[in-house]
Ligand binder design. Structure first.
Ligand SMILES: Nc1ncnc2c1ncn2[C@@H]1O[C@H](COP(=O)(O)OP(=O)(O)OP(=O)(O)O)[C@@H](O)[C@H]1O
Length: 466
């Protein structure tokens, strides 16, 4: 029986003897939302220990998500609601208790069980929606995790194993990460995985390809534009990527292409943890982890002063190098399996069988475009293949045309002095390497075993514009 002697509460309790067949439990709280009375059946429902006395406790200590306090504070009933205890749903009804002057004395809550016929359709509907929601959320989480977890970075070679253990170590630290690797080696994929492994995983992951944004727009892109800062259609106020990435990770692809003017501003943001949107005179605190990636030789850029040394040291606190595919040919087979599956899923086609001799052929290729190129080749092979079986012939058709091994160029077989012949041979080799690497200069340079600067030097000398 209620501990307090308010008339309204006593009347309510008296009414229970009439109503008790229609509900499964009931509770009363006072004007401070402390429990003053609880039906024995409600105790059972909540699985309270026999010696536990809830009377006098704030209602949330006994029923954590209770809305009784809201009813007491607003004076408004919640006539129909659904509450979950363990795996069961109950319909609940909460009514404020007022004295004759209208002053709130507390509230009473009833719990109806789902054997009440007329509530069944509502509960069924609710339960179904709840299930659908849970399934959809689980699918979303799975997809997110599968897409970006470290396990989606496929590789069985020692190089990749070492890389992954390095990533696990770095993910939990706070410093900026610099990912180095040729084009198509999976830098963005790895950046995602680092974010996902870090304790910022619940925060946003925002990516900017520095090379893809025109220089005059980069500043607005990074730092945002204040409302009313400019007039003109293309200068609407908007948040910069720094602000959007607040609490999460900002991924900067092709950081080597950051123009010097932006580098200085960028460095300041990293140092102060504050951004100042364009046209604004206020700063905003941002908490962002930077992951940068580049396929260029950043140290060389620092040496020739096209990249600020202080910025370089700031973002290269933790550096990870993804080796090119040709340095880990042992990963090709495993990658093929994953990539073919992706191709299959995105094209809605059947699966393909990759024959062992086809794998050997793929392992022997040099892959200047790395995993992205491998994926393209498999895609092409699958599209061209007459059956589901991808054999060596199918792969050969899909591989970029190999450079002729011994170019039979008139200049080489005819007369002329040795140096002219050598020069012509060099020219042919460069053109062939560029062809084989789809015009990727870095890859072509590597294929020929010369440094980037040597390669550019040779391009100039031979007047090749790729
Ligand atoms: N180890 C890997 N396992 C599975 N897929 C990979 C792997 N490496 C790369 N890929 C896939 O290859 C493609 C290219 O990867 P990604 O875009 O991450 O490369 P990148 O190094 O950022 O390229 P770029 O420097 O050209 O921007 C993507 O489709 C990616 O999913």
């Amino acid at each position: 029986m209620p501990g307090h002697g308010h008339a309204g509460i006593e009347q309510a309790v008296n009414a229970f003897s009439l109503l008790r067949d229609y509900f499964e439990g009931a509770i009363i709280v006072d004007a401070e939302s402390r429990i003053t009375w609880m039906d024995a059946r409600y105790r059972d429902l909540l699985k309270l220990a026999p010696d536990f006395d809830p009377i006098g406790l704030p209602v949330e200590e006994v029923i954590p998500h209770s809305l009784m306090r809201r009813v007491v504070e607003t004076g408004k009933p919640i006539l129909l609601d659904i509450m979950r205890f363990d795996d069961r749903q109950f319909v609940v009804c909460r009514i404020p208790l007022k004295d004759e002057a209208g002053k709130i004395e507390g509230a009473i809550g009833f719990v109806f069980y789902d054997n009440v016929d007329y509530l069944e359709p509502i509960l069924d509907k609710f339960e179904n929606l709840q299930k659908q929601l849970t399934r959809a959320q689980a699918a979303l989480t799975r997809e997110r995790q599968a897409k970006y977890s470290l396990s989606s970075f496929v590789g069985v070679s020692d190089a990749v194993k070492e890389l992954k253990s390095q990533v696990r170590r770095f993910a939990l630290r706070e410093g900026a990460v610099l990912i180095l690797g040729e084009t198509g080696t999976g830098k963005e994929l790895l950046a995602h995985a680092i974010h996902q492994q870090s304790d910022r995983a619940d925060g946003p992951f925002i990516a900017v390809n520095v090379a893809a944004v025109p220089e005059q727009l980069l500043e607005a892109e990074f730092f945002g534009v204040a409302p009313g800062a400019f007039t003109g259609a293309d200068r609407k106020p908007r948040k910069g990527k720094f602000e959007l990435a607040h609490g999460g990770t900002l991924f900067l692809d092709e950081i080597g292409d950051m123009p010097p003017g932006i580098q200085a501003k960028f460095l300041r943001v990293l140092q102060d943890g504050e951004v100042e949107p364009l046209g604004s005179n206020t700063v905003r605190k941002v908490d962002v982890r930077i992951i940068a990636a580049t396929s260029q030789d950043l140290e060389a850029k620092v040496a020739d002063r096209s990249f600020r040394a202080d910025l370089y040291y700031r973002i290269a606190v933790l550096a990870i190098r993804i080796p090119p595919l040709r340095e880990r040919r042992g990963d090709v087979a495993a990658l093929c399996e994953t990539l073919l599956e992706q191709v299959m899923r995105s094209s809605g086609q059947r699966g393909w069988v990759l024959m062992p001799e086809a794998i050997r052929l793929l392992e022997a290729h040099d892959w200047p475009g790395n995993v992205r190129e491998l994926r393209n080749v498999l895609e092409r092979a699958a599209a061209l293949a007459p059956s589901e079986v991808l054999d060596a012939a199918a792969i050969r058709r899909a591989l970029p045309q190999a450079a002729p091994r011994s170019p039979s160029v008139p200049a080489l077989s005819g007369g002329g002095d040795l140096s002219a012949k050598l020069a012509e041979a060099e020219r042919q080799a460069i053109i062939a390497a560029l062809d084989a690497s789809n015009g990727e200069k870095l890859a072509a340079a590597r294929q020929l075993g010369v440094s980037r600067s040597q390669f550019y030097e040779k391009l100039r000398r031979h007047n090749i514009s790729s």
